[in-house]
Design a protein around this ligand. Structure first.
Ligand code: FE2
Length: 316
């Protein structure tokens, strides 16, 4: 595909706005058109669609009228979405990435978690992201998700400098009772910003593990302080970011899925407050409650830093 979006519709810039003053009146579009499209929905439509489509149609039509959307611009948007679909497969979801860079996945995630929440004490959720693997190994508490760390690895020194001990409890919202037997599924990138499945130099399941909480609801593991990484830029979503004059970086984060029988599984991320992108996430997923401060750790040859963070789960 060549140029993704045609030049701005000159009518929008020249005819209607000169020094902010309309030169000629905006065309009068058919005032009955949107109602006619909404009314086409039949009595046996899927109930949820019947509920939400009038709003979607109204917003879409209002948007098109507001910006004087041309056929060429609409056609470029259709091409963009088509290209995202054609690029998507088991390993990559380019359409989801397109939604991410306009904040839609984060917004839908927030709506969903707040709709289902039974207590304001629950740990906020954050997006799953495209690099989760559901079959990470179960590891004993106190063990490390860092595999085969060797001085010959390019990022060895950074891995040592960022070595971190992570611990905390999984607690029930409302009562604050510790949840024994909760599973804490954790994953993050190497210091080169790549997840193991993106990087053939890393061992299988590197920086991934599942930990089961003890009788105090406590988990503990060794990992690394996370580093920022760019979302994939080699597809249409990346091109779109560039057209918006935006950077592709996500602030360093550690992913978690915390689950326990009888409780709603929590998918979330913790963000390291040292990160320069902490207030400028390319996919808008950072929430204040999920920003953490690692503390220097003394007397542990396996970690230079430590972090204590409790996850609070809501009832199913
Ligand atoms: Fe991530």
């Amino acid at each position: 595909m060549g140029q993704m979006i045609p030049d701005l519709n000159p009518r929008a810039t020249m005819e209607f706005k000169t020094n902010g003053v309309p030169k000629m009146p905006k065309p009068q579009y058919d005032p009955k058109f949107t109602d006619k499209v909404i009314a086409a929905t039949g009595p046996h439509a899927h109930p949820r669609l019947a509920q939400i489509m009038p709003s979607l149609i109204r917003h879409l039509h209002d948007f098109a009228r507001e910006v004087n959307l041309t056929v060429a611009e609409w056609s470029a948007a259709v091409d963009l979405i088509n290209e995202c679909g054609q690029m998507s497969n088991e390993q990559r979801n380019e359409t989801q990435l397109l939604c991410d860079i306009v904040g839609l996945e984060s917004l839908v995630d927030e709506i969903t978690s707040k709709m289902l929440a039974t207590s304001t004490a629950e740990t906020p959720s954050a997006i799953l992201g495209p690099f989760y693997r559901s079959d990470a190994p179960f590891l004993p508490n106190g063990s490390s998700i860092v595999q085969n760390l060797d001085p010959s690895i390019e990022w060895y020194d950074q891995a040592i400098a960022d070595s971190a001990f992570l611990t905390g409890q999984v607690l029930a919202a409302g009562t604050g009772a510790p949840i024994q037997g909760a599973v804490v599924d954790v994953w993050h990138t190497a210091p080169n910003g790549l997840y193991e499945q993106q990087d053939s130099s890393q061992p299988e399941m590197n920086f991934r593990g599942r930990f089961t909480t003890d009788e105090d609801g406590r988990y503990s593991l060794y990992a690394l302080r996370p580093v920022p990484y760019p979302i994939p830029e080699d597809g249409p979503a990346g091109r779109f970011l560039k057209m918006l004059d935006r950077h592709p970086h996500r602030p360093g984060h550690i992913h978690f899925i915390v689950s326990a029988p009888g409780y709603r599984p929590l998918t979330t991320q913790l963000y390291d407050d040292r990160d320069k992108y902490i207030n400028n996430d390319a996919v808008f997923a950072v929430k204040d409650e999920l920003v953490v401060t690692f503390q220097p750790r003394e007397g542990d040859s396996n970690a230079k830093w430590s972090l204590e963070y409790d996850f609070i789960l809501g009832r199913e």
